[in-house]
Ligand binder design. Structure first.
Ligand SMILES: Nc1ncnc2c1ncn2[C@@H]1O[C@H](COP(=O)(O)OP(=O)(O)O)[C@@H](O)[C@H]1O
Ligand SMILES: [Mg+2]
Length: 230
């Protein structure tokens, strides 16, 4: 479980300061698909970075599996991030000249795994996600939908308990976007926590818990119903 308690994030100081998150308290339940839904500039990426330990709050507390992240040293925080979280971004961040296999195996280098084992693990997850025939292709040769599925494979390869996805369908057409959402839903059904950050209500309907974010203020609610207007 991840818990944020009275989290504020302020960028800069004085006149130009931006109050990006305002007294945010929320819970991410283990093994649950959670969406953070808000317009551009509402603080979604800031919130995701804080949940994932990529950034720290100006004030307030972030608890993950009973650990207070603010109390961890830099190295401990990096180790926590590498072990427990996988990130998926709108623009994929794949290395275009590397093969699909090498892209997916990359987090395992950081984990200190030997080459053969790395390649086996990466191939396994790619097979599982239906990308077995793309293993030897260069990442730059893939379509957008394939690139995002490869980036999800890379986020999963080291077996994290939490997947954080920031606007993962933002660069995809609706068909590929739906496929990516189905994939993330399946990841949550396997028992991992998935946190989706999005401005897209349709995408947020896949989530069991929804956190609405407006001007840095968060409100938690349950699933959005198919025909619901809100
Ligand atoms: N590094 C930064 N320095 C200053 N302001 C920032 C920084 N990152 C984000 N902001 C500001 O914080 C607010 C929230 O941004 P962000 O979290 O990126 O929102 P979203 O992801 O919902 O578009 C915006 O007003 C944005 O301009
Ligand atoms: Mg953003």
């Amino acid at each position: 479980m991840i818990e944020l308690k009275h989290v504020d994030k302020i960028y800069g100081k004085g006149e130009g300061a931006v109050h990006a998150l305002k007294d945010v308290s929320l819970t991410i339940r283990d093994g649950t698909f959670t969406a953070i839904l808000g317009k551009s500039g509402s603080g979604k990426s800031t919130l995701m970075n804080i949940i994932g330990g990529l950034d720290s709050p100006t004030s307030g507390e972030v608890w993950s599996a009973g650990k207070l992240l603010g109390k961890l040293s830099k190295n401990e925080l990096a180790a926590y991030r590498n072990k427990t979280t996988g990130f998926v971004f709108q623009s994929f961040y794949l290395e275009p000249t590397f093969t699909v296999l090498d892209n997916v195996a990359m987090p395992l280098i950081i984990a200190g795994m030997k080459r053969k084992e790395r390649e086996e693990k990466a191939a396994d997850i790619l097979e599982k996600l239906g990308l077995g025939d793309k293993i030897k292709k260069r990442a730059g040769e893939l379509s957008g939908g394939q690139k995002q599925r490869v980036s999800i494979a890379r986020a999963l390869v080291h077996g994290p308990s939490l997947i954080l996805a920031d606007e993962p369908t933002g660069n995809l057409d609706s068909k590929n976007g739906r496929e990516v959402m189905e994939l993330l839903t399946a990841v949550a059904e396997e028992g991992r926590s998935v946190v989706l950050v999005t401005h897209n209500r349709e995408d947020a309907k896949c989530a069991e818990d929804v956190i609405l974010l407006a001007d840095g203020v968060a409100t938690t609610r349950g699933r959005i119903l198919e025909d619901e207007v809100f």
